[in-house]
Ligand binder design. Structure first.
Ligand code: NAD
Ligand code: DAU
Length: 337
């Protein structure tokens, strides 16, 4: 039985990973450590609260004593670190918390993994650590790190720390670098759920700049299956890119959402651009496909419909999430654009 410490498991990808693991793999026990920031939500774990192989603990990855206590008490063998401040726009207005959680938090977990001699440390990183691309080419695992936003700089710093702990103290690690995820339980500050929520309410759809920025989209379930492959099959010290081979401009993504919801294109409003906005990301995922036999199972056209249907069916989840502080955040973000 694998004994996993999953951090950030009440957020978007972490909660999908916990759900997938407990539903599909009976041979794991998960301690889920999450600070429950604005992005963490226990409703993301509904139905799994009392699962015998799941223990939720509210706490901070920067609290080394708490982390060590969990490792001892539950005989943890592997840490999978999803916990992070994850939104690029917020890193531009308030960078400091990104350094605390994404850098100091990762360092704290690495010290615990080293001192407790864990079997593996898996860092959930991002394609944004590579910087941006022009119209051609893709990021490979050998592309030098060249992050552009405070968010991606903090994630790249964490990747360097993970490798340094491997090199210096022999911590056995893997790093996964995935492209943009979408799917159930994503907080509606991110492009796809924000546009779905606004379109459902006949509100403006704020497209930054010309809308021709390109992202490679992966359905969140496929990211989770890739991480499971890394957990169970990857040799230590290996880094894997994960992507959907599904590049789209932001205008294309929003166009598909409007078509599916039968809403007019006139809802689109071009607003002031994100400072330092990366033009294009594209992932070469050949390594994980070839070496670990992973494949994405959901095309973007299928995934976007599944995602919109999920938000339509989970109106209560959505209205709980957008009530309170979310509205203040949205108004302050978009009043200056
Ligand atoms: P999210 O913002 O939805 O969730 C982050 C979770 O971490 C929340 O539950 C939050 O409460 C928790 N958290 C934050 N600070 C914490 C702390 N100090 N201690 C404990 N918990 C804390 O993020 P997400 O989109 O699910 O991303 C998860 C991970 O995947 C991140 O590391 C992110 O960098 C990476 N990633 C995200 C994407 C994407 O498209 N969303 C793509 C590639 C990689
Ligand atoms: O590439 C992986 C990264 O993808 C992850 O590491 C990050 O955690 C995740 O947030 C995501 O970063 P992006 O900046 O690409 O995602 P976001 O949803 O914020 O924006 C996607 C694109 O849409 C980007 O080009 C900016 C644009 N955008 C976004 C918002 C919120 C808009 O045009 N309007 C918007 O209102």
């Amino acid at each position: 039985m694998k004994k996993l410490l999953v951090t950030g498991g009440a957020g978007f990808i972490g909660s999908n990973f916990v759900r997938m693991s407990l539903s599909e793999h009976s041979d794991c026990f998960i301690v889920n450590l999450d600070k429950l920031t604005y992005a963490g939500n226990l409703e993301n774990l509904a139905g799994f609260e009392n699962h015998p192989n799941h223990k939720f603990i509210k706490g901070d990855i920067c609290d080394g004593l708490a982390v060590e206590k969990i490792i001892d008490q539950y005989k943890i063998d592997t840490i999978i670190n999803f916990a992070a401040e994850s939104h690029v726009d917020r890193s531009i207005t308030e960078p400091k918390i990104f350094i605390e959680t994404n850098v100091t938090g990762t360092l704290t977990l690495l010290e615990a993994a080293r001192d407790k001699k864990l079997e593996r440390f898996i860092q959930i990183s991002t394609d944004e650590v590579y910087g941006q691309l022009g119209p051609e080419g893709k990021f490979t695992e050998k592309t030098p790190l060249s992050p552009n936003s405070p968010y991606s700089a903090s994630k790249a710093a964490a990747d360097h720390l993970v490798k340094a702990f491997g090199h210096t103290w022999g911590v056995k690690y893997n790093i996964s670098r995935c492209s943009n995820n979408y799917g159930p339980y994503q907080f509606p500050e991110k492009l796809i759920p924000l546009m779905i929520n606004n379109a459902l309410n006949n509100k403006e759809l704020p497209i930054y700049g010309d809308g021709l920025y390109v992202r490679d989209w992966l359905y969140v379930y496929d990211h989770c299956t890739a991480i499971w492959k890394v957990l169970t099959e990857a040799p230590p010290g290996e880094i894997y890119n994960i992507g959907g081979c599904s590049e789209k401009t932001n205008l294309e993504v929003v166009g598909l959402i409007l078509d599916y919801l039968k809403k007019p294109k006139s809802l689109i409003e071009h607003v002031k651009d994100r400072p330092g906005h990366d033009r294009r990301y594209a992932i070469e995922a050949r390594k994980i496909i070839k070496e670990l036999g992973w494949q994405p199972s959901v095309s973007f056209e299928q995934g976007i419909k599944k995602t919109i249907d999920w938000y339509l069916k989970n109106e209560v989840w959505l209205s709980n999430v957008v009530s309170g502080d979310y509205q203040k955040y949205y108004d302050s973000m978009y009043s200056n654009r």
